[in-house]
Write a protein that binds this ligand. Structure first.
Ligand SMILES: NC(=O)c1ccc[n+]([C@@H]2O[C@H](COP(=O)([O-])OP(=O)(O)OC[C@H]3O[C@@H](n4cnc5c(N)ncnc54)[C@H](OP(=O)(O)O)[C@@H]3O)[C@@H](O)[C@H]2O)c1
Length: 287
């Protein structure tokens, strides 16, 4: 198929690009310029892995909503039949600006008349590997509360990319919102820390931070006018207290959270410990 991939320089975008190449598709990867119908003439599908690098309100509305909406409009004008969107599972319980921006675009996409797949992954490996250096330096693993407040089914970049690209040809994935995690079972933050310590060959010690601490920081930053930094603290609080699992309206349901792929966090941590992979969180300060 002829596929235009947006956000091909990002973590998941790069993995999707590799998978599209492997599957033999013809790929265009426009960089940071406004898409027009001319750019998309003759294309079969658009895959958007665009994402705000900060998650702050202004950037999120511009990237997660406006840029995607512009691409959708161009796709409609050019007669592209399929639009696949990388979203996030956390939009199911929206409290933050970037979640509202994503949801607003999801709504536009479902109403667009194009065939769509909205992919809402759980946590990426890179986002739960941030304490490797702390542990290597002999410091304790930081947990919010006792480390069991939240859990997730992490998914690797490669497994997620395979899943995204399969939406191009799998009718069962079309016109659907698709929450997706990696292979189970769900892991609490504490269990993730234990796996990391084991992989690095260090003793597992924890230091507990009350999650309310981040709320206090957000309030203080907001009061002194540092709105963007306050927004980051609020994002931090959200991830300290909410699981990246399917929300059934009353509780997070690990068993009901769909699983895909075969890469495990344990194997990733072991590869990280051997120096075979690095986690590049680039501009992501919090998530
Ligand atoms: N981290 C997690 O655990 C997790 C879990 C589930 C879902 N998610 C969702 O996944 C997404 C993050 O994916 P990722 O880590 O692959 O993102 P990423 O590495 O930050 O990549 C973002 C992409 O968007 C592009 N972009 C950003 N701002 C732009 C702008 N102003 N104009 C044009 N392009 C722009 C970037 O291009 P440049 O290279 O030019 O900046 C890059 O290609 C977010 O939506 C997040 O909510 C994350």
């Amino acid at each position: 198929m002829k596929v235009t991939l947006l956000g091909s320089s990002g973590t998941i975008g790069r993995a999707v690009l590799r998978e599209l190449r492997r599957a033999g598709h013809v790929i265009s990867t426009p960089d940071r310029h406004t898409l027009t119908a001319l750019d998309l003439a003759g294309e079969d599908a658009v895959i958007s892995c665009l994402a705000s690098r900060t998650g702050t309100p202004k950037d999120a509305w511009f990237v997660d909503h406006d840029l995607n909406a512009g691409a959708l409009k161009a796709a409609q004008s050019a007669g592209v039949s399929t639009f696949i969107l990388l979203s996030a599972i956390c939009v199911q319980k929206p409290r933050l600006a970037f979640q509202h921006a994503k949801l607003a675009f999801e709504e536009k996409l479902t109403q667009s008349g194009l065939s769509y797949s909205i992919i809402r992954p759980t946590a990426y490996f890179k986002s739960i590997s941030g304490q490797a250096d702390r542990l290597r330096e002999g410091k304790p693993f930081l947990t919010f509360g006792n480390g069991t407040l939240t859990a997730c089914k992490p998914i690797s970049d490669e497994d997620l990319a395979t899943y995204i690209v399969s939406a191009l040809s799998d009718p069962a994935m079309q016109n659907k919102i698709l929450p997706i995690g990696g292979p189970g079972p769900a892991l609490t933050a504490r269990e993730q820390g234990e796996l990391l310590a084991e992989a690095l060959g260090v003793t597992f010690r924890t230091r507990s931070v009350p999650p309310g601490f981040l709320k206090v920081i957000a309030t203080v930053l907001s009061a002194v006018g540092l709105r963007e930094k306050a927004a980051l603290a609020r994002i931090g609080h959200y991830y300290a207290t909410e699981s990246m699992l399917l929300w059934d309206g009353m509780k997070y349901d690990a068993d009901a959270t769909p699983e895909f792929g075969s890469d495990t966090l344990q194997a990733h941590y072991q590869a990280l410990a051997r120096g075979e992979v690095v986690d590049d969180r680039e501009g992501h300060a919090v998530f």
